[in-house]
Design a protein around this ligand. Structure first.
Ligand code: PRP
Ligand code: ZN
Length: 292
């Protein structure tokens, strides 16, 4: 099949300035991509990979990817869901985690979704918010605002809001109380559904492989410990390692060093057991990447 796109560079949309920008750049750099001066340009070429970045408003990213202006995008799931964009979600990336919630004045009478019936709700997310209330058969009047939604109740523009919550500080600072969650969001890697050249497809596969290696590494720790030789069998049973541990003899007779990789989620649990089994001098190190 002939492909329509003539350029071979993979074009990736990312948020120009906002809470995802630095985290996305850090992710791209942690998988080996190098860029110059992304703060000053809208289109930034990667120095060592056939990739260019387009820096735009996050709200525009799903559409740019849908239309094939960009091949990939890094954007909050909340934006893609609100836009109902025709794109493929390739991966959830566990940063930029937030939720779309309904909230109401702390000192008011709205305490549950049903209480919102007949009320004015200010939001920048009318699609997701309408769906939430429709599904519950609750009739509300939506006031769509593009920003500063949290002050709408104080200005008496609305009785309540539906807005993104991350730390919850914005709600608190505005005397608002979170009532219910409409949508849980994290950053996602999205891909256009337009046909792509073989070259671009294999670039995407490479990128995903690197991201997966990075994600896995982030959740893993390299651990080293000393142990008496006769404890090795028990230690091997304790360590939920993917591969068999590396065992190195030490200068001290009958002692060995054991090296292995463990998921961080089990590290502390495993460490207690290792100490009981006779391990000492346990050292934990971060892992940069893990390629199977
Ligand atoms: C969101 C939201 C709130 C704030 C909540 O805006 O609109 O203002 O973050 O965060 P908090 O719970 O940690 O206080 P954001 O800065 O993400 O901008 P955007 O939604 O307009 O892109
Ligand atoms: Zn935005």
């Amino acid at each position: 099949m002939r492909t329509l796109d003539s350029s071979t560079s993979l074009r990736i949309a990312i948020q120009k300035s906002g809470r995802l920008t630095d985290k996305t750049m850090n992710l791209l750099e942690s998988i080996g991509l190098r860029f110059d001066d992304y703060k000053r340009n809208l289109l930034v070429r990667c120095r060592n990979f056939d990739v260019e970045l387009l820096l735009i408003r996050d709200d525009d990213i799903p559409e740019y990817v849908q239309d094939g202006v960009c091949d990939l995008g890094f954007v909050g799931g909340n934006v893609t869901a609100e836009d109902q964009a025709d794109v493929t979600i390739l991966k959830g990336l566990d940063y930029g985690v937030c939720r779309l919630s309904i909230a109401a004045p702390k000192n008011g009478s709205l305490r549950k979704a049903d209480d919102f019936s007949g009320k004015k709700v200010a939001t920048s997310y009318p699609v997701l918010t309408k769906k939430y209330f429709d599904e519950r058969g609750i009739d509300v009047e939506l006031i769509t605002l593009s920003g500063a939604v949290e002050i709408a109740p104080r200005l008496e523009v609305a009785d309540a809001i539906s807005d993104l919550v991350s730390s919850g500080n914005t709600l608190k600072a505005n005397g608002l109380m979170e009532i219910d969650t409409i949508y849980e969001s994290e950053t996602e890697l999205i891909r256009t559904n337009k046909p792509l050249s073989q070259g671009k497809q294999s670039l995407i596969e490479k990128l995903i492989q690197r991201i997966e290696g990075q994600q896995k590494a982030e959740r893993s720790r390299y651990i080293m410990m000393n142990a008496p030789e006769e404890a090795v069998e028990e230690i091997r049973n304790i360590i939920p390692s993917l591969k068999s541990p590396t065992i190195v003899p030490l200068a001290e007779e009958g002692m060995v060093a054991v090296h292995t990789v463990v998921p961080i989620s089990t590290f502390w649990q495993v460490m207690e057991k290792l100490k009981q089994a006779g391990a000492s001098g346990i050292v934990m190190l971060p892992v940069e990447s893990m390629i199977e």
